[in-house]
Design a protein around this ligand. Structure first.
Ligand SMILES: NC(=O)c1ccc[n+]([C@@H]2O[C@H](COP(=O)([O-])OP(=O)(O)OC[C@H]3O[C@@H](n4cnc5c(N)ncnc54)[C@H](O)[C@@H]3O)[C@@H](O)[C@H]2O)c1
Length: 257
């Protein structure tokens, strides 16, 4: 097993990529703290982690606040004795807000930057001392192709681009101390965020949205949560021991089309 004996936090682990990652981590032997706002879906994730043969814990809270980020790290250490892996996955889309930058409100900009970028800084800031104490660790951020092309709105894109820049800076600081930091950038994907499942879209509307995605992508389908989770497992585990400061784009060929 590729993560045997490791302790991981997955932010946004109640849904989508986070949930798939939490389950894959459990299958690979890791104990997993799910840090999320959603209690019902979070409990279901923990139950799936246990079904996969490992231990899980749900920490409810907003990981874009210092208090919420600190609580997630503290829970990992108190419940499982250490912290080896942090997956900064929680995020929100700009959907429902105006996409044109001249119509974007200051409130929207601040919310997108806080939840999608500041959370990465805060969770990493509190996780890194625990990893240093352990002699090493791996941080994996979920960015987006929106960091590299114009999809998803300017506030969303700025936050995701910020994740890549932040990771490059921090990778240099931490490389001599055996803590790696890398990012995975999903393209057009099928998750509750993108299908609209969580915002009340009907099954027909969800399928239509996924058909539109498939038509845009060279591999002719929307990506799946497992496509992302497998890349995250690789960056979290020792197979990627000489990789830091990098981005893996998982987009079915969208950026090179
Ligand atoms: N779905 C896509 O097509 C797509 C594409 C590129 C990048 N991404 C990125 O992937 C990540 C996961 O997206 P997803 O599609 O799985 O989304 P999702 O909505 O299915 O899941 C996101 C989870 O994050 C949690 N969350 C949101 N804000 C939080 C906060 N402040 N504190 C704690 N938890 C919070 C939500 O409750 C939810 O469980 C996000 O960072 C998103 O920007 C998604």
């Amino acid at each position: 097993m590729r993560l045997q004996g490791k302790v991981a936090i997955v932010t946004g682990g109640s849904s989508g990529f986070g949930r798939a990652t939490a389950i894959r981590f459990a299958e690979e032997g890791a104990k997993v703290v799910v840090a999320d706002l959603d209690e019902e879906w979070g409990k279901a994730s923990v139950s799936d982690i246990e079904k996969a043969g490992s231990e899980g814990a749900l920490v409810l809270g907003d990981i874009s606040t210092a208090e919420g980020a600190q609580r997630a790290v503290r829970s990992a250490v108190e419940q499982f004795g250490a912290l080896d892996v942090l997956v900064n996955n929680a995020g929100i889309a700009q959907r429902g807000d105006p996409m044109d930058t001249w119509d974007t409100s200051e409130e929207t900009w601040d919310r997108l930057l806080r939840v999608n970028l500041k959370s990465v800084f805060l969770c990493s800031k509190f996780a890194i001392p625990q990893m240093l104490e352990r002699g090493g660790g791996s941080i994996v951020n979920v960015a987006s192709i929106a960091a590299s092309c114009s999809v998803g709105g300017s506030a969303y894109g700025a936050a995701k681009g910020g994740i890549l820049s932040y990771s490059r800076q921090v990778s240099r600081e931490l490389a001599p101390r055996n803590v790696r930091i890398n990012s995975v950038s999903p393209g057009y994907m099928r998750t509750p965020m993108s299908t609209g499942e969580r915002s009340g879209a009907t099954p027909e509307e969800q399928e239509k949205a996924m058909e539109r995605f498939g038509a845009l992508v060279p591999m002719a389908r929307a990506g799946r949560d497992l496509d992302i989770a497998e890349a995250i497992v690789y960056l979290a585990c020792d197979e990627s021991r000489y990789v830091t400061g990098q981005e893996i784009v998982v987009d079915g060929g969208y950026l090179v089309r």
